[in-house]
Design a protein around this ligand. Sequence first.
Ligand SMILES: Cc1ncc(COP(=O)(O)O)c(C=O)c1O
Length: 386
Amino acid sequence: MSSLTSIYLDHAATTPMLPEAIAAYAEAAGAGPVNPSSLHAFGRSARSRVTAARDALAESLGCSPAEIVFTGSGTESDNAALFGAAEVQRARGRDGIVATAVEHPAVLNACRALEKRGFRLTLLQPDETGRVSAEDAARAIDGRTAVVSIMAGNNETGTRQPFEEIGEIARTQGAAMHVDAVQAFGYERWDLQKLPVDLLSISAHKIGGPQGVGLLFIRRGTPFEPLLHGGNQERSRRAGTENVAGIAAFAAAARSTFAGLEEKVRRVEAVRAAFLSGLSRELGEEAFRINGNEHFRLPHIVNVSFQGISSETMLMNLDLAGVAASGGSACSSGSLQPSHVLSAMKLSPDRVRNAVRFSFGLGNTREEAEKTALIIATISARLRIT
Ligand SMILES: Cc1ncc(COP(=O)(O)O)c(C=O)c1O
């Protein structure tokens, strides 16, 4: 990381830990040896920390604490959901997997691995804004579908999917419905008791919690077998000693996030709007295109292609100027491969090559957004001259 970096616009990759989460982590980690499976007093106090965290997270999701399984990441939650439901469904004569072509690699590559194991994979193609349609989903989901996996909001473009409508279709057909909510969690209020969702993945480090902690909601009665085999932790749904301090910090981050959710949304929307109007003013409307859906979207992500400037060139120059952004998802940004999300949206090769993702968070200000727009205009002018 450049020591100059002072404007962090990469919150979709990871967020800085909230002070409440750091305090909760330090408190739990400093409390002595803590294994919630131990029967002695140390163990019991660890268990009560995990129970309190589970209760808080269940409240933020509108589900029962018993329906929450702590995992080691959003990636693990996605894999556990897909493999866990698919194999049980196969034993019931269902062998179809339906997902979108714009899923995060944690879902997409898990689906491809299931395909190698004999499942039939159908990927729903998005429109040019990155959104799939419930009509296409209805055509793809049938009585042989085992699992449907639809992300709530996309990590590269912010485009929101109609997962609620697709969940109703999955339910009618008896398929298990999984939602990767890693990017959307903490920006919307959900009541999982009412939503047609059986499995839902979340990751702590996207909402100001620590890395290496995730959560999988498993609705009571959902076909599921564990990915990890071992001890009886998490009611035998995820073996392995719990990350007690990480779980406590995750819950602290969720409590803080949901206490101020509407304010957080308002703030990141204002920063995003200031950034886009800054770009129009400094660069001109013709010099950039927004990739994604302007109506159905998450508040904190905007994906922009700058005419005639490759994403690598723009990102390098932004980094030199102290601005941290990203090209597509963090996992593929180091590999120079064109984004599978933007490619699935059938954008022109130039637009795919020139795409940069800016993602905002609580710490950002409108001034930072305007300064970034100005920096981009300066970079563009310099590159056009040289
Ligand atoms: C939509 C989505 N799903 C899953 C993941 C993976 O989460 P984790 O980093 O906790 O493994 C990410 C991370 O970027 C994501 O954006």
